[in-house]
Ligand binder design. Structure first.
Ligand SMILES: Nc1ncnc2c1ncn2[C@@H]1O[C@H](COP(=O)(O)OP(=O)(O)OP(=O)(O)O)[C@@H](O)[C@H]1O
Ligand SMILES: [Mg+2]
Length: 156
């Protein structure tokens, strides 16, 4: 996936005050590359990633995903792009505590419309790939931090 931003800006308004968290960012990330966004706490990294992840709307500027201007997409199209084309690993993992590892990985596959038998097969294969074949039925609190992170990567 290719990502491009043009003068991307996000201003938060709290009452009368304004915080410019992202200020005219022009970024280009080509397909199949790794990019790290580095900067001090409060410099706008999470705000930028929320915008690129189509989780927030810019105050001004644009985001292109594979040359599509995302400001032209409907809410439904944005959600589909997120579900089918993007993966997120959050700092706090966002695993559902009442679901075991297998079910946490199955959930996004279910949302993407996979038949339930295939969900189970794919989820267990993905977990086996990251060395968690023997932890399928553990809930998040029964896993180590690194194991939780691996479930989150596979579960997206
Ligand atoms: N919802 C919000 N409303 C108002 N201000 C916000 C909001 N979210 C973040 N900010 C402010 O915007 C700025 C950028 O925040 P952001 O979370 O993007 O920083 P960050 O680079 O991810 O920091 P950290 O490394 O601490 O995670 C900060 O000054 C923060 O206080
Ligand atoms: Mg942050």
């Amino acid at each position: 996936m290719k990502i491009k931003t043009m003068d991307l800006t996000r201003i938060y308004r709290i009452g009368p005050s304004k915080i410019t968290a992202v200020n005219k960012v022009n970024l280009e990330v080509s397909k199949a590359t790794f990019t790290a966004i580095v900067g001090p706490s409060g410099s706008g990294k999470s705000t930028l990633l929320n915008l690129i992840g189509l989780n927030d709307q810019p105050t001004s500027g644009k985001i292109f995903i594979d040359n599509t201007d995302t400001s032209l997409l409907s809410g439904r199209e944005l959600r589909k792009t997120r579900l089918f084309r993007m993966g997120f690993v959050f700092q706090s993992f966002n695993l559902l505590p009442t679901l075991n590892a297998l079910e946490n990985v199955e959930l996004p596959l279910a949302l993407a419309g996979k038949p339930s038998k295939e969900q189970r097969e794919e989820a267990s294969r993905l977990l086996e790939n990251v060395g968690l074949g023997n932890r399928l039925y553990h809930r998040p609190k029964e896993l180590s931090i690194g194991e939780m992170q691996r479930v989150a990567i596979e579960g997206r």
